[in-house]
Ligand binder design. Sequence first.
Ligand code: ADP
Length: 263
Amino acid sequence: MAIRRPPETTSDLLIEVRDLTKVYGTGDMAVYALRGVNLEVRRGEFVAIMGPSGSGKSTFMHLLGCLDRPTSGSYRLAGQEVSRLSADELATIRSRQIGFVFQSFNLLARTSALENVELPMLYAGISRDTRTARAKELLESVGLGNRLDHKPSELSGGQQQRVAIARALANGVPLLMADEPTGNLDSKSSAEIMTLFRRLNDQHGLTVLVVTHDMNTAAWSKRVVTFRDGRILSDQPVAEAVPEAVRAVVDETHAAVKEGVRV
Ligand code: ADP
């Protein structure tokens, strides 16, 4: 597969968060969305972020994704302190470090799968021939080599999400962040998408962070961090966080995929 390995660095830690807080609004209107969060994620981990609505998951992912800045605390991404950077500096870091996958796919509607995947490379200034070749390779690697010219409306939800994953990988980033990536998919397409994340994690060393409220989705991860009221309530290996019966389904699918059976 055409996934570039993350660059070698001296540190194994990709994410280091210390006492992170986020307050929206001021005075009587202040909402304490994050109340002092500490988390470390090593390169190559696969983490699910869970928790009830309003517990701070999205706020936390926005901060980790360099889409917003914290009120206080420290966030080091790939060894660099990013919590006080300007919006432009954050945009540069994002394009080098992070690929995003969303619940609603967020593909350009009138644009082919190939062009959708090429787009981040266009912004990164990569030449036309190189980006077309790489976009083709990426789409082939997610099983869509025969859908290059299809527009999103001509693809199923699962296929659209695979295009979105190929797009997220276009710039060779080390970190994939997904917000409810299976929220709009049926159970079979959800399993396909999670299988793909797992393959990218197992075989290509990508670090994967997935926000989900769905145990079936979290079961594909290797570590489950649960938020409650703006704090981390628990941080467990998946075997402790997800019931065995739910994990059994994942293990069966995963074993079938390893043997080369497509799901
Ligand atoms: P979750 O993703 O777990 O549902 P959020 O991070 O969206 O939680 O929200 C955490 C808290 O912060 C909630 O009380 C929410 O209402 C509040 N919040 C989130 N975003 C904003 C915002 N832009 N302005 C004001 N309050 C917000």
